[in-house]
Design a protein around this ligand. Structure first.
Ligand SMILES: Nc1nc2c(ncn2[C@@H]2O[C@H](COP(=O)(O)OP(=O)(O)OP(=O)(O)O)[C@@H](O)[C@H]2O)c(=O)[nH]1
Ligand SMILES: [Mg+2]
Length: 248
């Protein structure tokens, strides 16, 4: 294997706009020649995967729905085995992949990704959930590599003070990046794509496999991503025997 695809987690509360963000950024990345695939997580269905397949901007084989069947954070942090298998299958089927997006099931503000599963992750919140979310200091929002404050278009209708959110998001994230998006109009999505390119895709643009090691997470919480991302998790079958198998 010449390289493994970069892996980007997308977490955040239920309905904050994680899938809408994927629907917005994937065509933008593809237009730049980036080879993309997506893994979605839902509790008991493949709802988000089916939705992305229906949209049709990616071949259906590049979208895998994982049914976590438990607390969503378990499948992205404590035991990411199902997601690791889905990623391995995508890499075997599509060795040219540059980037695999992994959407978590909707969860609470404590939801963080294991860096054994992803190289970096975004955390998406929705201004409709309240302009006090940034100062609640939730680990998902505060520790993520990129925070996304989505649905800025509805701020006037829900009484959310965007200026306050900007000030407190910057303060609580201690300078780590925050972008403000409207997935209905694509406002701010160019900044999300720029983050992905700068953080994960250096040397991989235009479908060119990188000769460099897999991208390192920008966060200081990085542990052993590169080592574990190419290793078979202990006690599992080789990925070839699980190819497009069950993810529930
Ligand atoms: N007004 C507005 N609505 C949005 C925006 N982004 C997403 N939505 C809507 O918010 C709802 C939830 O969006 P999803 O993308 O399904 O949210 P999600 O985070 O993937 O949801 P789960 O996967 O169920 O946790 C949908 O009705 C979207 O159309 C936005 O920027 N502005
Ligand atoms: Mg979703």
């Amino acid at each position: 294997m010449t390289h493994s695809a970069a892996r980007l987690g997308i977490g955040g509360p239920v309905g904050s706009g994680k899938t809408a963000l994927i629907e917005g950024i994937v065509p933008m990345l593809m237009a730049q020649g980036i080879e993309v695939a997506v893994v979605t997580n839902d509790l008991l269905t493949t709802e988000d995967a089916d939705r992305l397949k229906r949209k049709g901007f990616l071949p259906a084989e590049r979208v895998i729905g994982v049914e976590t069947g438990s607390c969503p954070h378990t499948a992205i942090r404590e035991d990411p085995t199902m997601n690791q298998l889905a990623v391995q299958d995508l890499e075997l089927l599509f060795p040219q992949l540059d980037l695999i997006l992994i959407e978590s099931g909707g969860d609470n503000l404590a939801s963080t990704f294991s860096y054994e599963l992803v190289d970096a992750y975004m955390f998406v919140i929705d201004v409709g959930a309240g302009d006090d979310i940034p100062r609640k200091n939730g680990p998902g929002f505060v520790q993520s590599d990129l925070a996304v404050v989505n649905k800025i278009d509805i701020a006037p209708y829900v009484g959310a003070d965007l200026g306050l959110m900007r000030q407190q998001a910057t303060q609580y994230r201690q300078g780590k990046p925050v972008v403000y998006t409207n997935c209905k109009t694509a406002e701010g999505l160019d900044e999300v794509v720029a983050f992905i390119q700068e953080t994960l895709l250096f040397g991989r643009q235009m479908g060119q496999p990188s000769t460099q090691p897999s991208a390192q997470p920008p966060s200081t919480q990085q542990t052993s991503t590169q080592q574990t991302s190419t290793q078979q998790p202990a006690g599992q079958q080789p990925a070839t025997e699980n190819l497009i198998g069950s993810y529930s």
